[in-house]
Design a protein around this ligand. Structure first.
Ligand code: SER
Length: 315
């Protein structure tokens, strides 16, 4: 039976991944941690502890006390906020990961590391971005993700630590809001469709980015950690994608259900330039070949599910 610690469990992915892991492996076997105190479902459905993952001794104590064998290391700052808080983004992104890997080396834990489309840059081929390609990102977020991928591979090759990860696209969900990413518009637009009937988008029409609905993101995190290691040629990190979409695609998908929904544009130059440095679409064939990755949701099925759930949540 797995004993899992999740860092950054109050973030957009963490909140839902903890629940998915608890359903799969038993609530008592999944310890949710975060630097902030938590109320609500994370505490009610299983164990929770405060953890500052920039402190080696705190991670070590928690792994030993909980007898953990797996760490899902999600603690990080998203891309736009990382441009505002570069030192903190480095500290959490790099020192946090380094200590998690050190503890994993000493205790034999497996480590899941979420990289991102942010690990690519302007010199990367932008369409059908290959698994193995140029990675020269221009953001602090991207720098920490590329360095994180390399560090995870290093710990696997040098010390035999079972490190695995995926490069997530923008994640869309109705439960927890993302905090300060470049792809956040793809979540905001659904909220505004329900509350205001209109949305002002900060990215330009035609700005294509990879996106994914949360249930597929959770599936990716669980499936890669359960994958047969003998099939893995890559480890850190696999391209995974579901949709390559631009703002106008959300507009038309929502209009099929809310015909009066309207959108205009007011461009945020920082997030626009970050988005333009990221792929239009990733090639995730390595994940499909090596661990049978396959997303389930389409733009239409995701839109129906988002609107139905947000109607209940926001009424
Ligand atoms: N969703 C992230 C961001 O926008 C990308 O991984 O920062």
């Amino acid at each position: 039976m797995k004993r899992i610690i999740v860092t950054g469990s109050q973030g957009q992915i963490g909140t839902e991944l903890v629940q998915a892991l608890r359903e799969r492996y038993g609530s008592e076997n999944v310890l949710a941690t975060d630097i902030r105190e938590v109320q609500g479902s994370l505490r009610e459905t299983g164990p929770f502890e405060i953890l500052d993952c920039t402190q080696h001794h705190s991670i070590m104590k928690m792994v030993k006390d909980f007898k953990a064998d797996t760490i899902y290391h999600l603690a990080a700052l998203l891309s736009a906020v990382a441009e505002e808080k570069t030192a903190l983004a480095w500290d959490v992104g790099m020192n946090g990961l380094f200590y998690v890997l050190e503890v994993a080396r000493e205790t034999g834990c497996s480590v899941f590391f979420p990289s991102s489309i942010g690990a690519f840059g302007l010199s990367t081929p932008q369409d059908k971005t290959p698994q193995d390609t140029i990675q020269r990102p221009s953001t602090m977020y991207g720098v920490t993700k590329v360095a994180g991928e390399l560090l995870c591979d290093y710990y696997h090759k040098r010390f035999g630590v079972d490190t695995r990860g995926v490069r997530y696209p923008g994640i869309i969900s109705y439960k927890t809001l993302p905090g300060g990413g470049t792809t956040d518009y793809a979540v905001d637009i659904y909220y505004k469709a329900i509350t205001d009937g209109r949305y002002t988008c900060y990215l330009k029409e035609g700005t294509h980015l990879d996106m994914m609905y949360m249930p597929d993101a959770l599936k990716a995190a669980i499936d890669i950690m359960e994958a047969d290691p003998s099939r893995l040629i890559h480890r850190n990190c696999f391209n995974v994608t579901s949709l390559s979409v631009a703002p106008e695609h959300f507009l038309s998908a929502i209009r099929r259900h809310y015909p009066d929904f309207a959108m205009d544009y007011k461009i945020d130059s920082v997030r626009q330039s970050i988005a333009e440095s990221w792929p239009n679409s990733m090639d995730d064939s390595a994940a499909r070949d090596e661990w049978d990755w396959q997303p389930s949701y389409t733009m239409e099925s995701m839109t129906i599910d988002m609107l139905e759930n947000l109607q209940k949540k926001l009424k």
